[in-house]
Design a protein around this ligand. Structure first.
Ligand SMILES: Nc1ncnc2c1ncn2[C@@H]1O[C@H](COP(=O)(O)OP(=O)(O)O)[C@@H](O)[C@H]1O
Ligand SMILES: O=P(O)(O)OC[C@H](O)CO
Length: 494
């Protein structure tokens, strides 16, 4: 039998990637393009949808060329994406009517406060598993309708379509034939009843989002559409779709209840598989759809940290302390032991478990002998402490966590992974393939193409690269963590 291949598109916050995987789940070739960030105002973050589209086409063609693969030979395409980032476009022309509003954007914080003050939070949390925070896509759609001239009237007439990035890419790839969002992406909108898997009319009314704009909600694996032959040189079926954190959960083979993964990219997102039960968190974690296959939903508890690798980017671009992200390793290695410096990276507020959009970042505990080493080390430590916040919340909700599977751009940093294990007091496991987000999308497409018979068969392809065992004594670990909690208290807005 000839080897079969799947093309995974991973449209992330800072870059767009395409990776060709073979039928053993190994990456064969890839192409990547950086995505420019647009910061129109303090707390606002946008992307240009046309840039996202042209980069997607470019990297798909690039990866296929590097793999020397005829697109006709592809078994299918899997799409995964930065979640919540919202686009509204004209159905007739396919043109967006505003830049994409990115998940990190805080412009709808006031709207969320009003909704909370009006007593709506419980209803939203019960139905959607989310909290009233500007992070999610629903208030972003409403903002575009309220701020682009003529948009609301056009939406009421059914002339506009709304969607997150996977939905926009599916629309463009299929030449405007399919307007659909998979259940995982739809579950991040504040508009989906996650137990029924359908849009909720009452929530749409409260947010002011007309039903006519919303995509059809579909499974994560199946015949989702066919890419127009003009785009890649052959009509290729699109067979998989999931938000990037959910795709990483699949790519990490966290398919049994109790398994947890954390992905360290721009932000950090930890997902705990809770099986067929949508667990309601008592510790301000989100309840979300991990994947939907054959109409059956598997749920997860999620802890979302807005700034992880982005803090390293700030050391590079804001402070100019380092030239490239990986330089942080040697700068941090120079930090004094027990330096007592904490950095709380609340650049866009704080996510789980605090949900404080007004908090702002701070570096605390500086003394005359603090320098770049201490600041770099405190920045990396913040990623570890934030992870501990999430694992404690998950344990508080009844989870027994024996190990943490990690992936994403930051996990190449060995000392950071050791520090993470020391800080959370749980073994940290890094797989051989750390492109687990794209791998998850490839798996979902490969399931529909018949490359793999089941999720269980996929989990056998997961191979450990290295396990980091906690080595610090627990009293020292807890002392450091108490200092972090104090630092967080000091940056909170209320
Ligand atoms: N050696 C390193 N140590 C710490 N952080 C790193 C290192 N190398 C890259 N990073 C960070 O990892 C992030 C990139 O991860 P990636 O998974 O590509 O992000 P995303 O998918 O969110 O765009 C960047 O924020 C970068 O600063
Ligand atoms: O682009 P990433 O990898 O930082 O992921 C973004 C998340 O999906 C936002 O919820």
């Amino acid at each position: 039998m000839p080897v079969r291949h799947v093309l995974a598109i991973d449209q992330g916050t800072t870059s767009t990637r395409a990776i060709v995987f073979d039928d053993t789940g190994r990456p064969v070739a890839s192409a990547q393009k950086e995505l420019p960030q647009i910061f129109p105002k303090s707390g606002w973050v946008e992307h240009d949808p046309e840039e996202i589209w042209s980069a997607t086409v470019e990297v798909c063609r690039g990866a296929l060329a590097k793999a020397k693969l005829d697109p006709k030979a592809l078994a299918g395409i899997g799409i995964t994406n930065q979640r919540e980032t919202t686009i509204v476009w004209d159905r007739a022309t396919g043109k967006p009517i505003h830049n994409a509003i990115v998940w990190q954007d805080r412009r709808t914080a006031d709207r969320c406060t009003v909704l909370k003050n009006d007593g709506h939070e419980k209803l939203f949390t019960d139905r959607t598993g989310l909290l009233l925070d500007p992070y999610f896509s629903g208030t972003k759609i409403a903002w575009i309708l309220d701020h682009v001239a003529g948009a609301r009237a056009a939406a009421e007439k059914g002339a506009l379509a709304a969607g997150t990035i996977e939905c926009f890419l599916l629309w463009r790839l299929t030449g405007g034939k399919v307007h659909a969002s998979d259940a995982t992406n739809a579950s991040r909108s504040l508009l989906l009843d996650i137990r029924k898997g359908t849009w909720d009319a009452e929530l749409m009314k409260i947010l002011g989002v007309p039903a006519s704009m919303l995509p059809k909600v579909v499974d994560c694996s199946g015949e989702l559409g066919v890419a127009d032959a003009k785009i890649l040189g052959a009509a290729v079926p699109i067979l998989g779709m999931a938000g990037d954190q959910q795709a990483a959960t699949v790519g990490q083979a966290c398919i049994k209840p109790g398994m947890v993964k954390a992905t360290y990219g721009t932000g950090c997102f930890a997902l705990l598989n809770t099986g067929s039960i949508a667990v309601h968190s008592r510790h301000r974690l989100l309840t979300t759809i991990a994947y939907q296959l054959d109409g059956r939903r598997t749920y997860a508890l999620e802890g979302s940290i807005f700034i992880a690798g982005a803090a390293v980017q700030w050391l590079r671009d804001g402070l100019k302390l380092i030239e490239k992200s990986s330089d942080v390793e040697k700068v941090a290695a120079a930090a004094r032991d027990g330096h007592g410096v904490y950095m709380v990276p609340a650049f866009v507020g704080l996510g789980a478990p605090h949900w404080d959009p007004e908090a702002r970042a701070a570096i605390l505990g500086l003394t005359r002998d603090s320098g770049p080493g201490e600041i770099a080390a405190a920045t990396l430590d913040s990623v570890c402490y934030q992870t501990r916040d999430l694992l404690e919340a998950m344990r508080g909700d009844g989870a027994q966590i024996d190990e943490l599977r990690v992936d994403g751009g930051m996990v190449v940093n060995d000392p950071l992974m050791q520090r993470l294990a020391d800080t959370v007091g749980t073994p940290v496991e890094r797989p051989e393939v750390t492109e687990t987000t794209a791998l998850g999308a490839a798996f979902l497409a490969g399931l529909a193409a018949g490359l793999w018979p089941s999720l269980e068969a996929l989990s056998e392809t997961w191979v450990l690269d290295r396990a980091f065992k906690p080595a610090e004594d627990s009293a020292a670990r807890d002392r450091r963590y108490a200092g972090w909690k104090d630092a967080v208290r000091r940056v909170r807005s209320g």
